[in-house]
Design a binder for this molecule. Sequence first.
Ligand code: G3H
Ligand code: 13P
Ligand code: ZN
Length: 315
Amino acid sequence: MIVTTKQLFEVAYGKFAVGAYNINNMEQTLGLFRGNIDSQAPFIIQISKGARSYADKRMLEAMIKAADEIFPEAIFAVHLDHGDLPTALDCIESGFYSSVMIDASSQPLEENIRITRQVVEAAHARGISVEAELGQLGGVEEHVQVEEKNAHLTDPDEAAIFVKESGCDSLAVAIGTSHGAYKFTGAQGLRLDVAAEIQKRLPGFPLVMHGSSSVPQEEVARINAAGGDLKGAKGVDEDEFAKAVPLGVTKVNIDTDGRLVWTRVHREFFRDHPEKFDLRDPGKVFIAEYAKFIAHKNLKLQSAGTLEMVRKHVA
Ligand code: G3H
Ligand code: 13P
Ligand code: ZN
C-alpha cells in the first residue's frame, strides 16, 4: 500500500526512523520488500534522477506496482530522491509518487525557499508530501561535488525560517554526514548537538538524515579480500540512529550500504564459482542478502515491528 511520507512520519516521530532505501533494479526491489516484510517495518522507496535514467522511470514504476501486488502487506512511500525542479514537477504530475524531495540546497536561502515553495504548492494540491534540504553535506551528490571544506551544517535559526516560509513537510539537515563510502577521515561523527538545536526551534517537525550508510568494516574487508579496492571507506555508527530519533530524525537515507552488499555478493560469487555465468545464481544470493541487510537496518532504526501500528494509523 502506497502512503505519503507525511503519514509515516505522523506515527514515527520521536519513536523510530523510517528507512529510506534507493532502488535501481528488480533484485533490489524484491530484496527491499522481502526485508521489510520479514522485519515488519514500513519503508520509503527512493528513486534518484540517476535511477530514473538508468532503469527508465516507467520500468521502476512498473516494478513497484508489481511488488505492491506480490507483497500486499507492505506499507511504503514512493519518494523522489534529490529532485531538481523539473524532475520534482514531473513526478508530481505522474500521479505515482507519494512524496518528492526538492533539493535546492546549493542555492542561497531565499532562492531555496522560492523553488521549494513552488514544488510545495504543486505537490500539496495533489496530496503529495515534500522534503526539502537546507545546508550542504560533503561528498558527491548527484552532479554536485561539494568539497569537504565547503560543506556546511544546517543553521538552526535558518531552518526555522525555511520551514515556515517554504511550507515543506520534512527537512533534510546537514549534521555531519556525507554521501558515499568515504564519510569520515578521522574520529568525526554525527553532530547530534546541531539536530537538538534544530528540534528546539522546530518541535515535532520531521528531520531527514541523508548520507546515513554505516559502511560496515566487515563488508569492506570482504569486498577487498575478493578483489576490491575500497581503502579508507568509513560510515556513520549505526548505533547513533537510536540517539538521533528522539531529536526528530524521522527518515534515514541509506543507499551506499546496499551497493556494498551487491558488490560483496557478486565479487565473492564469481571468485568462488569461476565456472558460472547464469546471472540468476548470484541474483538469488543478492536478493536474500539484501533482505537480511534491510531487516538489520530496520532493527537499528527501531522501525522493525511497527508495521501493524502504522497500518492502524493509515487505515
Ligand atoms: O544521494 C544519492 C543517492 O545515493 C543516489 O545515488 O544519484 O547515484 O542514484 P545516485
Ligand atoms: P549514503 O550514500 O550514505 O547511502 O546516503 C544515501 C542518501 O543520502 C540518498 O539520498
Ligand atoms: Zn541524499
